[in-house]
Design a protein around this ligand. Structure first.
Ligand SMILES: [Zn+2]
Ligand SMILES: [Zn+2]
Length: 356
């Protein structure tokens, strides 16, 4: 059963500023006019204008009997219908269009959801120096259209939109001079059907992270795959062969494949766990010493679709889009493991509708 519709406004990770992380989301049984969640806000109005020029009916055909005087759908009307932004972290390639449009975006008040740290970082931009103070913590202040609203990593789902709740998880995105840098992943749930998808912000592999955090997410996801959770969006910023020292808190295909193996392992363990203890803690240490043999992972991720995103363009010209190059590399590396997962690329302008 379908749960969500997603339009990919941008899916790159730089350097092309017209294709930065930005996704528009709605429950599949609602209309785009009813309201939209903007998941990340790297690219926005400008990118959407080009997408709508290429594909004028991406938001649906106008009904034949519709009043012709009704205004046309435009990037401005689309973003006017955005009810909230959901951010994974405050790096510029994830917030650029939110900042640029903050003073002129249409529609009513919009919440900006993110971890406390993400919103604190965003505040440094809306601080009357880099950009005017165009967001507030005070929901009752009518002078502001953008309102910060923290999402806490408390293991609970928080309603952010009619029929949509999210659970935030902290992930590791490398380190800088001030220490570890955190980003977020979200379980995004369509409440009426309980179907959800998992959306990662920028993330580094557990194998090189000072504090591995992805494994906790795989353990939560595992029992839901594929019935309740059949779609994952995850970054794969760099092509294969990139040394660990220059990953800068990101994934490349070799590490993505290892993360998929980790997930498949958790899926197998979750399926083996005695039913009576479902939901309870499992003897993890013992399981670690007895890893699941590779052949037992075959087909563990059947029914799961993983979209890779946030691929960084190289400055030298390429014959093919970088995300397709990286996608092919990841698929080749993944193939011998027979996990069953379908690996796809999130392309700018794509409309993603999924059936469970
Ligand atoms: Zn980042
Ligand atoms: Zn990024």
């Amino acid at each position: 059963m379908p749960a969500f519709d997603i339009i990919v406004v941008g899916s790159g990770g730089g350097l092309d500023e017209t294709n930065l992380s930005g996704y528009l989301l709605k429950p599949c049984d609602a209309s785009w006019e009813d309201g939209i969640v903007a998941l990340e806000a790297g690219s926005g109005h400008g990118a959407l204008r080009h997408i709508m020029k290429r594909n004028p009916t991406i938001f649906g055909e106008r009904p034949a009997d519709e009043d012709p005087s009704k205004p046309q759908i435009t990037p401005f009307t689309v973003y006017s219908n955005v009810k909230c932004f959901l951010l994974t972290h405050a790096h510029l390639d994830h917030i650029n269009s939110l900042v640029m449009s903050a003073g002129t975006i249409g529609g009513g008040s919009k919440r900006i959801y993110g971890s406390p740290q993400t919103l604190k970082d965003l505040e440094t931009i809306f601080s009357d120096r880099v950009w005017p103070r165009l967001a507030t913590w005070d929901e009752s202040n009518p002078l502001f259209r953008l309102v910060y609203h923290s999402v806490h990593a408390d293991g609970k789902y928080k309603r952010i939109f009619p029929d949509i709740s999210v659970r935030i998880m902290e992930i590791s995105h490398g380190k800088n001079d001030s220490g570890l840098y955190e980003s977020s992943a979200y379980f995004i749930r369509h409440d009426p059907t309980a179907h959800q998808f998992l959306f990662f912000g920028d993330v580094e592999p557990d194998s090189i992270a000072a504090k591995p955090k992805n494994i906790a997410i795989w353990r939560i996801a595992a029992p839901m795959i594929p019935q309740q959770l059949s779609v994952i969006f995850i970054e794969c910023s760099y092509p294969a062969g990139r040394p660990n020292e220059v990953l800068w808190g990101h994934l490349c295909p070799e590490h993505l494949v290892q993360e998929m193996i980790n997930l498949a392992t958790e899926v197998v363990l979750a399926r083996k766990a005695p039913k009576t203890r479902a939901g309870g803690s499992r003897p993890r240490k013992k399981q670690r010493k007895n890893p699941v043999p590779p052949e037992e992972l075959h087909g563990a991720l059947d029914g799961l679709r993983v979209y890779i995103m946030h691929c960084k363009e190289h400055f030298s010209s390429m014959d093919r889009p970088i995300n397709h190059v990286i996608g092919d590399q990841a698929r080749d590396l993944l193939k011998p493991h027979h996990l069953g997962v379908e690996l796809l690329t999130a392309d700018q302008g794509m409309k993603i509708v999924w059936d469970q």
